[in-house]
Write a protein that binds this ligand. Structure first.
Ligand SMILES: O=C(O)CCC(=O)C(=O)O
Ligand SMILES: [Fe+2]
Length: 220
């Protein structure tokens, strides 16, 4: 299951990130995945203060989003990385790596996220394609929105044919490692939030018992 989350960033935050990015150094994206010959993009230099400044704004916005928290059950969120895809650039089919170098210990990537920083009208091609089951799903989100999906999912970024695709990507370590359990609990919590107050009180208490027990039982 994947989820599109509108308005993760405010217009002011988008403007601040764009301003930071305008003065930043971008490097060949192959440095972080030299074994994938289909990765061809630009990403902000980790040593540029722009990386720290932009990731701070972006990670705060993700923590603030209730929809994001409800879907991902985050324990740790990696620092989002600014990426640009110019004409001809793409990232071929891949699942994301299980662990990423991070302090104080490696981050297990359970959920992957793309935060869109410009609008689909600003580039052609460049869709994020998620291969779920037999039907690929193509996504180009509006500026300020995010898409989240299990890191195990095969996905790709189609070649940009004109303009520039500007996004930030990050990875989330979830309290619930198993994606099936995570999705079941998300659905149960959504139903409880939407229907709980219509229920008979005793049954509502029993539903709360199940929700919280599963959350506790499935957390790692
Ligand atoms: O640019 C994107 O939307 C996703 C990029 C990606 O799949 C990755 O960096 O692992
Ligand atoms: Fe990826």
């Amino acid at each position: 299951m994947f989820l599109e989350i509108p308005d993760v960033l405010s217009p002011e935050e988008i403007a601040r990130v764009k301003k930071i990015a305008a003065g930043a150094t971008f490097l060949d994206g192959r440095i972080s995945n030299p074994h994938n010959q289909t990765k061809n993009n630009l990403q902000v230099d980790h040593n540029d203060p722009a990386f720290r400044d932009s990731s701070q704004i972006l990670v705060q916005a993700l923590w603030r989003s209730e929809t994001f928290r409800n879907f991902t059950f985050p324990r740790r969120i990696g620092p989002p990385l600014l990426c640009r895809y110019q004409p001809g650039m793409r990232y071929g089919r891949h699942p994301d790596a299980a662990f990423l170098p991070m302090r104080p210990e490696p981050l297990r990537s359970d959920v992957s996220a793309t935060i869109f920083l410009n609008d689909p009208g600003e580039y052609e091609g460049g869709a994020l394609v998620i291969h779920l089951g037999s039907k690929p799903i193509s996504i180009k989100g509006p500026s300020g929105s995010a898409i989240v999906y299990p890191s195990t999912t095969i996905h790709e970024v189609e070649p940009v044919t004109s303009g520039e695709r500007f996004v930030a990507i990050t990875f989330i370590e979830s309290q619930i490692v198993d994606e099936r359990r995570r999705e079941l609990l998300y659905t149960l919590n959504e139903v409880a939030a939407l229907e709980g107050l219509n229920m008979d009180w005793e049954n509502r208490v029993r539903l709360e018992h199940v929700r919280h027990s599963l959350h506790r039982m499935w957390s790692t």
